[in-house]
Ligand binder design. Structure first.
Ligand code: G6P
Length: 630
C-alpha cells in the first residue's frame, strides 16, 4: 500500500528519497512522486546600489508520475534537482485512478505546500465543497489534494506550518499518515499519523528521516521514534518536536530497530518470494527458539506470561485476521480444539469489526497479522477490547501498531517479509500457533508425554521443510510448465489441509492471476465438481492421515471427470502414484503439523507458474503488502 519517505539534513535528498521509495515498492503501488525544496541563491542590490548581496529563496519542486519508481528516477535524472529536504511517495490508488495528476505529492491552492498521504480522508467531499465555495479549484480526484488545500487555508491565515497541519487534521475524519513541506519553511517536515504507520529516523550529523515503514530508512539509521495515533512531529535539522494533534507537547523515546540490511535484500535469489520460501527452515526455527522445554513437554511464550491465568480460564478463543494470516488462524483453530479442547472461533477481521460480535471478558482474542498494520485486523481487536476481551497479537513486525495496541502477544520472528504473497510469515504463524496449542493443551488435558512427543516432532519440522524444498523444487518447475496456461485451478484438502488448500489457491491467484479456488475436498461434490473436465488441474493435498482414504475417493471422482490430479502425498505412498497424474512427496509428520510441509510445494507451484507466465511475482498487480485502508 502507499509508502512515505522524507529526508531533512545536509546531503542531497533525491537519491535518499528514491532509494527509500525502492525499499517500499514491495508494499504495492501504482505511481510515485517527490517534492523537494530547492534553494535559489540570488543577487540583490543593496540600498546604496553599489554592491550586491547574496540571499536565498526556496522553490517547491514536484515530480510525479504513474508507473514505477524507476520512471520517476528517469525524470529526476534528466532534471538535476538540488535539495537537502524533501518527501517521496508511492501511491496505491483509492480515490481516483492511477494517473500522473492523482499521484502524490499534492499541493495547496498557492502551490506553497506539498503533502504526501497514506490512508483515506472520509469527509473529503464535504471539505472540498466548502473549499470550492471559497474559491478553491482542484486538479485531481484525490482526497489528499483536499487535505493539502485545507492546510493551505490555515497557512495563508499566517499560522505556521505545524499549526496549519494540526488545525487541518482536527477537521478531518479518516485515516492518515502524512508528511508535509512548505516553500516558506525550508527547514522542516511536518508529519502526523492516525491509523497509518509513521516512523521518524534519527540519523547522524543533524539529519532526520520520515517513513511509513522502517525498511525505507534502515540503510541510514536504526534509531527511530514511532509516532502513535493522533500524534504529530515537526522534524528539522535541529531536532524533532512531538505533540498530539490536540496540541499537547509530548516526549517520545528513541528506540533501536533490530533489522539487518541483508534481511531486506534478495541475497542471490531471483525474487524476494523465492528467497522467503527458502528461508523457511530458518524462520520456523526462529519462531521456536527459546520457547520449548522439551523435557516438560511444554512451551513458554514470554509475551503471554502475565496472562496465563486468563488463558487458563478462557471459555473461548476468538481469532481474527485477514488473507494468509486468516488461513493460519483457521489451522490454529483445528490445532487448539483438537489438543487443548477450547472452543475457537475464527472470523475475517473485516466481518468481525462491523457485525456487533458477541464478545465478553471470558473470551480471549488473538489477532494474527504479519505486518501488524492491517486496518481491519486493528479495528477488530479494538472492538474486542472495547467489549472487555483480552486482546493478544501474533505479529511479525516488531513495534507495529497491532503489536503495540494489543494487551500482549507473541512475535513470530520471521524477519522482514518483502514479497507481497506471504510465505514464510504463514509457516512462522503456524509454528507459533502450534506452540500456543501445546501450551494451552498442557494447561488442560495434554499429558507431559504427549506434549513431549509433539515438541520432538515440531523440532524436526525445519529439517523436513528443507528436505521438501530440496526434493520437490525441480519437479515443481516441470509441473508449472505443463499447467501454466490453465485458466482455472481447484485445490482440495480435508481437516488440517483444508485451510492449506485455501492458501494454495490464494497464492496462485495473487501472483499468477489464474482463477483458483480452495475447497474442503468432500464439498467438491456440492458444486465445484460441475467445473471439472479435461482442462481443470486439481491439486489434492492427500497426506496419510485419518482422512487419507476419503481423499483418495475424492481423487477418483476428479479422475472420472478427466480432471488432472496433482497430489501432495506422504513419501513412500505407492498407492497414490497409481491414481494421480503428478505426485509431489512430502516427509511424514504428525497430521497437526502437515500444513507446515504441505504448503511449501504449493508456494513453489504458484511461484513457478507465475514466473513461467512472466508475472511480476514480488509486486503483483493491484495488491498491497500491508493493507492500511479498510
Ligand atoms: C494483504 C497481503 C497478504 C496478507 C494480508 C493480511 O492482503 O497482500 O499477503 O496475508 O494482507 O496481512 P497481515 O499483515 O495482517 O498478515
Amino acid at each position: 500500500m502507499c509508502g512515505i519517505v522524507g529526508y531533512v539534513g545536509n546531503r542531497e535528498a533525491t537519491p535518499i528519497l528514491l532509494s527509500g521509495l525502492k525499499r517500499l515498492e514491495y508494499r504495492g503501488y501504482d505511481s510515485a512522486g517527490l517534492a523537494l525544496l530547492e534553494e535559489l541563491p540570488r543577487a540583490v542590490s543593496t540600498s546604496n546600489g553599489h554592491s550586491a548581496e547574496l540571499v536565498t529563496s526556496t522553490r517547491l519542486i514536484i515530480e510525479k508520475c504513474k508507473g514505477k519508481v524507476t520512471d520517476l528516477e528517469e525524470i529526476a535524472a534528466n532534471k538535476p534537482l538540488h535539495s537537502t529536504i524533501g518527501i517521496g511517495h508511492t501511491r496505491w490508488a483509492t480515490h481516483g485512478a492511477p494517473s500522473d495528476v492523482n499521484s502524490h505529492p499534492h499541493t495547496d491552492q498557492n502551490d506553497k505546500i506539498a503533502i504526501i498521504h497514506n490512508g483515506i480522508i472520509e469527509n473529503y467531499a464535504h471539505i472540498r465543497d466548502r473549499l470550492i465555495a471559497r474559491g478553491h479549484s482542484f486538479r485531481s480526484e484525490t482526497d489528499t489534494e483536499v487535505l493539502a488545500h485545507l492546510i493551505g487555508e490555515f497557512y495563508s491565515q499566517n499560522h505556521n506550518l505545524t499549526e496549519s497541519v494540526r488545525l487541518a487534521l482536527n477537521e478531518v475524519v479518516g485515516a492518515f499518515g502524512i508528511a508535509v513541506i512548505a516553500a516558506d519553511d525550508p527547514n522542516e517536515i511536518v508529519c502526523a499519523r492516525k491509523g497509518s504507520p509513521l516512523v521518524i529516523g534519527v540519523g547522524n550529523d543533524n539529519e532526520y528521516f520520515v517513513a511509513s515503514d522502517a525498511a525505507a530508512i534502515i540503510a541510514h539509521t536504526r534509531q527511530v521514534i514511532y509516532l502513535s495515533d493522533n500524534e504529530m512531529a515537526t522534524v528539522s535539522r535541529s531536532g524533532i518536536k512531538t505533540r498530539t494533534i490536540s496540541n499537547i507537547e509530548i516526549t517520545k523515546p528513541v528506540e533501536v530497530i533490530d533489522m539487518e540490511l541483508e534481511a531486506i535484500e534478495k541475497g542471490g535469489f531471483a525474487h524476494f518470494m523465492l528467497k522467503e520460501i527458502h528461508e523457511q527452515p530458518r524462520t520456523i526455527t526462529d519462531a521456536m527458539r527459546g520457547r520449548v522445554i522439551e523435557e516438560e513437554g511444554n512451551v513458554i511464550l514470554g509475551g503471554l506470561q502475565n496472562h496465563l491465568k486468563d488463558l487458563r480460564r478462557a471459555k473461548r478463543l476468538i481469532i481474527t485476521a485477514c488473507g494468509t494470516s486468516f488461513h493460519a488462524g483457521l489451522i490454529g483453530k483445528y490445532m487448539i480444539e483438537q489438543y487443548a479442547r477450547v472452543p475457537v472461533e475464527i472470523e475475517y477481521a473485516s466481518e468481525f469489526r462491523y457485525r456487533n460480535p458477541i464478545v465478553d471478558d471470558e473470551d480471549v482474542m488473538f489477532a494474527i497479522s504479519q505486518s501488524g498494520e492491517t486496518a481491519d485486523t486493528l479495528a477488530a481487536i479494538r472492538e474486542g477490547k472495547r467489549k472487555g476481551s483480552l486482546a493478544l497479537g501474533i505479529v511479525n513486525v516488531v513495534g507495529s501498531t497491532i503489536a503495540r495496541e494489543s494487551d500482549a502477544g507473541v512475535y513470530i520472528h520471521a524477519g522482514p517479509e518483502i514479497g507481497v504473497a506471504s510465505t514464510k510469515a504463514f509457516t512462522s504463524q503456524l509454528t507459533v500457533l502450534a506452540l500456543l496449542t501445546i501450551m494451552l493443551g498442557r494447561m488442560r488435558h495434554l499429558s507431559v508425554v504427549d506434549g513431549r512427543s509433539m515438541i520432538r516432532e515440531l523440532l524436526q519440522i525445519p529439517d523436513k521443510v528443507q528436505q521438501t524444498l530440496d526434493s520437490t523444487e525441480r519437479q515443481i518447475t516441470e509441473i508449472a510448465e505443463i499447467f501454466k496456461d490453465a485458466a482455472n485451478f481447484l485445490y482440495l484438502g480435508r481437516g488440517y489441509n483444508y485451510p492449506v488448500a485455501l492458501e494454495g489457491a490464494l497464492k496462485l491467484k495473487e501472483i499468477s492471476y489464474i482463477h483458483a479456488e480452495g475447497y474442503p475436498a468432500a464439498e467438491m461434490k456440492h458444486g465445484p465438481i460441475a467445473l471439472i473436465d479435461e482442462n481443470m488441474p486439481v491439486v489434492v493435498i492427500a497426506p496419510q492421515d485419518d482422512v487419507y482414504e476419503k481423499v483418495l475417493s475424492n481423487i477418483q471422482e476428479v479422475r472420472a471427470r478427466k480432471g488432472h490430479v496433482i497430489a501432495i502425498a506422504t513419501e513412500g505412498d505407492e498407492k497414490i502414484k497409481e491414481l494421480a497424474e503428478q505426485v509431489i512427496f512430502i516427509p511424514k509428520t504428525l497430521p497437526v503439523f502437515t500444513p507446515l510441509l504441505s504448503v511449501v510445494p504449493l508456494q513453489l507451484l504458484s511461484y513457478y507458474i507465475a514466473t513461467a507466465r512472466g508475472c511480476n511475482v514480488d509486486q503483483p498487480r493491484n495488491l498491497a503488502k500491508s493493507v492500511t485502508v479498510e
